[in-house]
Design a protein around this ligand. Structure first.
Ligand code: SIN
Length: 292
């Protein structure tokens, strides 16, 4: 099997055509996909795939152990209600209910990820790849934005790079919980420390060796060893810098798209502009290494 690669933008992303991800993929092809992903800055789009949930999981396993898989670290308990009932490795994002009734059981997390973030950054071993299958998409809207934290880091002055080099940041699900989840949904045990981690502000990618900013507005609460005003000012500067249009792309879905992004060097933002038009996405999340 071979595939065609088309660059999406100069800053980030490639589209891969000619592959059916539902077929068994051998080691050589996995290596080629991985290499293409890394060269594209950590974002691949495989358009118009018709994958079963099982096929999605099988494909995803090539890119690391999955959060929620038997014997692996689960995602935070707060989102367990949104996992696929038969496949705990699948996190479901949706504005639909199971029975279609407005007050029915949610089919997935509504409005998930409507803020700049890197998935699961509050764990000691945060996410590497997230692989999202667009099962149902709205006629218009429901795009996802991505920003390239390697390009953002590279564009900083040498002086700023020197300042950032020794810094570490606290990442805590409590911040996401406070800003993004209704209080009754949050499982209080999630706020007791298991979802808090201190990571370097600049991390070196384990595969490419490139440096990226690794802070995000969703989970980064503060920088160590600064007072709160200093920390807030510096983080605000980094967030505004990283999300400049020059470092971003906006992906508009076609039915069946599989989008694979690298949380080690990207942030993303799910645009919640589609009202009650149905949107249903299934996501797997690979466990990455401890950031260094
Ligand atoms: C997420 O993983 O943050 C959600 C992405 C999306 O639904 O576009």
């Amino acid at each position: 099997m071979s595939f065609t690669v088309n660059q999406i933008s100069p800053v980030l992303g490639a589209k891969i055509t000619g592959l059916d991800l539902g077929q068994e993929i051998g080691d050589n092809l996995v290596s080629e996909i991985r290499q293409t992903w890394l060269e594209a800055g950590g974002l691949l789009v495989f358009p118009e795939q018709t994958l079963t949930t099982e096929q999605h999981i099988t494909f995803s396993r090539h890119f690391g152990p999955l959060f929620g898989a038997p014997g692996e670290t689960p995602l935070q308990e707060t989102v367990s209600r949104y996992l696929h009932p038969d496949h705990p490795e699948i996190y479901r994002v949706s504005n639909q209910t199971e029975d279609g009734m407005p007050d029915g059981k949610p089919r997935g997390r509504a409005g998930a990820g409507t803020y700049w973030h890197s998935d699961v950054a509050f764990k000691k071993r945060p996410a590497a790849a997230s692989i999202l299958h667009a099962v149902t998409i709205p006629a218009t809207g429901g795009d996802t934005l991505f920003c390239n934290m390697t390009a953002a880091y590279a564009a900083l002055s040498d002086t700023m790079k020197t300042i950032l080099a020794p810094l570490r940041a606290v990442n805590d699900f409590a911040q996401t919980a406070a800003n993004q989840f209704a209080r009754p949904v949050v499982v209080e045990d999630d706020l007791k420390g298991a979802n808090r981690a201190i990571h370097p502000v600049v991390r070196t990618h384990a595969e490419t060796g490139e440096k990226s900013l690794f802070v995000n507005p969703g989970t980064t609460t503060h920088l160590e060893n600064f007072n709160s005003d200093e920390s807030a000012a510096l983080l605000d500067l980094l967030f505004r810098h990283a999300t400049k249009p020059e470092f971003c792309i906006r992906h508009s879905y076609t039915q069946g798209d599989v989008v694979m992004w690298d949380n080690r060097c990207l942030m993303h933002y799910a645009v919640n502009d589609y009202g009650d038009q149905p949107r249903y996405m299934e996501r797997t999340t690979a466990i990455g290494e401890v950031p260094e």
